[in-house]
Design a protein around this ligand. Structure first.
Ligand SMILES: [Zn+2]
Length: 464
């Protein structure tokens, strides 16, 4: 912090100075509580004005180095000549960007330097290890959309680092589902990596086409949380395709961290949490209302601090993810690793949407809970939630429509009633209507083959 973040980050130099703190006063994790949080709004604000655009990017200059580095390090830089200058370039000059994929706000770019790409490669190599992949033998299909997003590149770089065979299909929009399945015929993969929604769709389509999944032994899901019932539905499809015992693992990662963390395999596919790398980053769990840091094992919002990165660097970043059970330092009961682990039950703070379903006041609805209920229902093949206004009139009440494609052979009307009932039980909000669709129609509406990310929640309410 003393030689990197404070001297080279315009934003954090300001934060430390305003808090009247010297970087050397932050020595342990508990010292972090003396600093304010960084929020998504801070990042958006910096990005939106040309003079602040690089406030979160570490940018050394000869003057800053002169003023802040210790004498020995400056001397090494002077005596090291071209090689030392090359090292500074490797460490600090961005050569790559990924972007956030928020539904509600502008994408925020995160810069990587060659050094940061090395860190990402390491982090994903460790993730492969935690997922018990064998780089010498496994054949991995990467279904993440080909895009400037963390997930695709993390898996790609993980393959480069470990030497494992990783073949990208680019997801539904690039090779398409059937194209990706042809890859399965050629490669007979042992590992499938992708988003929960697209991976399930692909496995189901594979069953329709009679594709063999006989060699698949691990499925790794990312970019979105994995509803518990969806793992079961995937296992069913895999079994139909001839697969034996398959481990389905979730991962947790986000653009702002520029890395991700994985669950380890367990015999019954229950989660023991995401295994962290404490030498790369630090997590705190806070009370989202008061900002107070909570003790080990308590529910709260995850706050992220990177401790090795350059490029775009954040400190005490509020992730907006609420974790049930917080973080534990107990050895993992499944793999025995002593890494700290984040509980696998995560919710987005920001996915609480205010709906005016009555004339009196807005009702808070957690769309992620709604999605989890729908995706987990065995008889629901696909689903979509659409918010609109009655008669498209901005002054009218909000309308909540749930579209479902029932599983083959399931009575649609009975299922629609069950969907309505289950949603009321889980969210206390009843949809205005549950509409039945054929699987084909709903896949079109979701944009499964045409959009970068399927459209699970559509907000059609006119912006007032
Ligand atoms: Zn483990």
């Amino acid at each position: 912090m003393r030689e990197e973040l404070y001297p080279f980050s315009t934003h954090y130099r300001r934060v430390f100075d305003e808090a009247r703190l010297r970087p050397e006063q932050i020595r342990t994790v508990s010292d972090l509580a003396r600093l304010p949080f960084t929020t998504k709004q801070d990042l958006l604000r910096a990005q939106s004005s040309p003079e602040n655009r690089y406030d979160f990017v570490l940018r050394p200059s000869p003057d800053l180095i002169r003023a802040h580095w210790p004498f020995a390090r400056k001397l090494a830089l002077v005596l090291g000549g071209a090689r030392a200058r090359e090292l500074v370039r490797f460490q600090y000059t961005p050569n790559f960007l990924t972007f956030t994929t928020g539904r509600s706000s502008e994408p925020v770019g995160f810069a990587y330097t060659p050094f940061d790409l090395e860190v990402l490669r390491q982090a994903i190599a460790r993730m492969f290890d935690i997922a018990a992949l064998d780089p010498a033998r496994d054949r991995i299909v990467n279904l993440f959309p080909f895009a400037p997003h963390l997930a695709f590149w993390a898996v790609t770089l993980g393959g480069f680092e470990t030497g494992a065979l990783v073949v990208p299909s680019g997801g539904g929009k690039v090779m398409g589902t059937d194209g990706s399945l042809r890859l399965f015929e050629r490669l007979s993969p042992t590992v499938v990596v992708g988003t929960p929604g697209f991976t399930y769709h692909l496995l189901r389509r594979g069953n329709e086409l009679g594709i063999r999944f006989a060699n698949v032994r691990t499925v790794i899901l990312g970019a979105e949380k994995v509803p518990p019932g969806l793992k079961e539905k995937m296992l069913e499809c895999l079994k139909v395709g001839g697969a034996g015992d398959v481990r389905i693992l979730g991962t947790y990662g986000f653009t702002e961290a520029r890395m991700a963390w994985a669950e380890c395999p367990t015999p019954d596919n229950h989660s023991t949490g995401y295994h962290l790398h404490p030498d790369f980053s630090v997590f705190e769990v806070i009370d989202p209302k008061t900002g107070e840091v909570l003790p080990e094992g308590q529910d709260g919002e995850l706050v992220y601090t990177g401790i090795v990165g350059h490029g775009t660097s954040v400190l005490r970043y509020r992730t907006g993810d609420l974790v049930v059970g917080g973080i534990t330092w107990k050895p993992c009961p499944a793999c025995g690793r002593t890494l700290p682990r984040i509980g696998n039950e995560l919710r987005r703070v920001s996915e609480q949407h205010s709906l005016s379903l009555t004339k009196i006041k807005g009702t808070l609805v957690d769309l992620s809970v709604m999605g989890s209920v729908l995706a987990s229902m065995h008889d629901v093949e696909e689903w979509q939630v659409v918010l609109s206004k009655a008669n498209d009139d901005p002054l009218e009440l909000d309308q909540l429509e749930v579209r479902i494609a029932p599983r083959h052979g399931v009575d649609g009307r009975e299922l629609a009633e069950r969907v309505s009932r289950d949603l009321v039980n889980a969210t206390e909000v009843a949809p205005n209507k549950v509409t039945l669709r054929s699987l084909h129609e709903l896949l079109e509406e979701l944009g499964m083959e045409s959009a970068m990310k399927e459209k699970r929640f559509v907000d059609r309410r006119p912006k007032s």
